[in-house]
Write a new protein. Structure first.
Length: 343
């Protein structure tokens, strides 16, 4: 009887592992196809061999400018920003055990946005300084939220409520700054707030790329501790996890990649919110959803950007399309949580 139970457990684990590998592989393939679609599609569709030659550094008439200067930086921005948004979102949702506890809802991206809009409208700073201020604003916001929510002991509900309150305050600040802004500054601020891959330049993406390459491995390495935090404070502590230290490392790593992504593309709506739940539904239980969530983030950003470019008469920033997708899901989630008594 014992052997049969062990065999059933092993078979179940093998099936879950097979599903995880299959789903993750399919997501990676879809992301790869979308990356190539970003390079190939445009006002002129170039042959794949010309695109490859451009990527290898050759000069190809027409294609060198369109692919090398416009499409390739746009694709890289979507690739790394989508990966960062997806991973940061699922870390917060898993760690805080609440699908609403993502960086968009609890005010972190609002902090980055408020700092960026202030620099654009009030200080009239360069794009580089706006990006630096955006990162600083995101870090300062998460520090304030964590400090206010800690109290005598860490409480998830307190953090979420404080985050929602700060998000509302920062949104009001952004609205006020736009109202008092000069006419020629407002379009730049609105373009930044909408979340867009337009005008991406490879040299401006190096900080994002470096941050993702440095901190995503840390998050993956700590995926087991993250899963233990999902069990609750007492359970994680009883399993030997230093919850404060683990939470601090995960929050700092996630906020850094999130802030750099926001600084590079603007706050692309709902990617951090949608990626984790979609990945969890596809992968199932038993394995970390960090990498699948990052891949889902890439797919959502690149697919939405392609839709915004080619599906309508006018072209729309990627953030507009993701907002259309994410808004109904947020309403559905709130209704479902209310029916379950989680709100």
């Amino acid at each position: 009887m014992m052997n049969e139970t062990i065999n059933l457990i092993m078979i179940g684990r093998k099936n879950r592992r097979r599903r995880y590998v299959l789903v993750t592989s399919l997501l990676a393939i879809i992301a790869f196809i979308l990356c190539w679609a970003m390079l190939l599609l445009g006002n002129t569709i170039y042959p794949i061999q010309d695109v490859i030659r451009v990527l290898l550094g050759e000069q190809v008439k027409g294609a060198s400018f369109a692919v090398g200067t416009i499409r390739f930086p746009r694709m890289i921005a979507g690739l790394f920003a989508g990966f960062a948004f997806g991973i940061a979102g699922t870390v917060f949702q898993t760690m805080l055990r609440n699908p609403l506890a993502n960086p968009n809802v609890i005010g972190i991206t609002a902090g980055s946005s408020a700092a960026a809009v202030f620099c654009i409208i009030v200080l009239h700073l360069s794009n580089t300084m706006v990006s630096i201020a955006s990162v600083a604003g995101g870090l300062a916001t998460v520090f304030v939220i964590y400090l206010l929510s800690k109290g005598t002991s860490f409480a998830i509900g307190r953090l979420i409520l404080i985050g929602i309150g700060i998000q509302a305050m920062l949104t009001a600040v952004i609205s006020y700054l736009i109202l008092i802004g000069r006419v020629h500054d407002i379009p730049a601020a609105l373009r930044w707030l909408s979340g867009s891959l337009n005008g991406a330049k490879v040299e401006n993406l190096y900080p994002l790329i470096l941050t993702v390459l440095l901190f995503v491995p840390i998050i993956i390495f700590m995926s087991k501790q993250l899963e233990m935090l999902e069990l609750g404070e007492q359970a994680a502590t009883s399993l030997g996890i230093d919850t404060d230290k683990t939470r601090f490392i995960l929050i700092v790593s996630s906020v850094l990649i999130l802030a750099l992504a926001t600084a590079s593309t603007g706050p692309i709506a709902f990617i951090a919110f949608l990626s984790g739940p979609i990945a969890k539904r596809l992968v199932g239980v038993g394995f970390s959803t960090i990498i699948p969530a990052g891949l889902v983030g890439i797919i959502l950003v690149l697919a939405s950007d392609l839709v915004g470019q080619f599906a309508f008469v006018s072209r729309y920033p990627v953030g507009v399309i993701t907002g259309i997708i994410g808004g109904p899901y947020l309403i559905y989630l709130l209704i479902r949580m209310n029916r379950k008594g989680d709100l």
